[in-house]
Write a protein that binds this ligand. Structure first.
Ligand code: URA
Length: 226
């Protein structure tokens, strides 16, 4: 398991690579790429679709109107932006029309070109819970699932929990989704708390157990997967 400082160095190097990325034509029209923000050892990762205009200007994900709603939803369940890692599937802003243009959904080609960056972020950060916001982020993990059918349900994927959520921006077009989003964020809060209490009881058990002899420790290390 890499130490927090190893993770920090790996993530910083990855962010540098993402800022230089030219794997799809979006590099030519962006102000800057938006790699992601948050602690390199965050236990919770939030994944959106792609940067919008504000994000493109500031170089940070979710800093526009959808971002403000996201902050409110996070704090309603006792989480802050500072303790989660936030990123998008696509790291550069897709838009149409003459600059500044209008945000648009990323194309399949842009999503494929960007895919490896999110793979790397997951590999480095190793979050326990990934909240995927909207269709594009859900499809990264579950290409055949629909957000309207699985939102608010914890799904297992590669040893971690994926929690599908509606994209906060959807609540601006469909008011009724605000309540759904609130309820689904409650689920996120519950998952985080359940994981934390599991960790503390494990730590308490480890403290209470008598120290393991060296021979026994090495025997277990050889037999235990991962
Ligand atoms: N919408 C997204 O999907 N990502 C952002 O960073 C901002 C808005």
């Amino acid at each position: 398991m890499p130490s927090p400082s190893q993770k920090a160095r790996a993530l910083e190097a990855l962010h540098k690579e993402i800022r230089k990325c030219r794997r799809c034509p979006l590099w030519a029209t962006r102000t800057q790429a938006v790699p992601g923000v948050g602690p390199p050892d965050a236990r919770v990762m939030l994944v959106g679709e792609a940067p919008g205009r504000q994000e493109d200007v500031q170089g940070q994900p979710f800093v526009g109107t959808a971002g403000r709603l996201l902050d409110t939803l996070l704090s309603s369940v006792g989480l802050s932006r500072g303790e989660v890692y936030i990123t998008n599937v696509v790291k550069s802003r897709p838009f149409i029309g003459p600059p500044p243009g209008h945000n648009r959904a990323p194309t399949a080609g842009e999503i494929v070109a960007c895919r490896a960056w999110l793979d790397d972020q997951l590999r480095i950060i190793q979050p326990e819970i990934v909240a995927v916001m909207g269709r594009v982020a859900l499809e990264y993990f579950f290409p055949n699932r629909k957000i309207s059918e699985v939102h608010g349900r914890a799904l297992a994927h590669d040893g971690r929990i994926i929690l599908p959520l509606f994209h906060p921006a959807a609540a601006f077009h469909r008011q009724e989704l605000r309540e759904t989003l609130k309820q689904d964020f409650l689920k996120l809060g519950q998952l985080v708390r359940a994981r934390s209490s599991r960790r503390s009881s494990r730590a308490r058990l480890a403290q209470a157990a008598p120290p393991m002899k060296r021979k026994e420790r090495s025997r277990r290390a050889q037999n235990t997967p991962g």
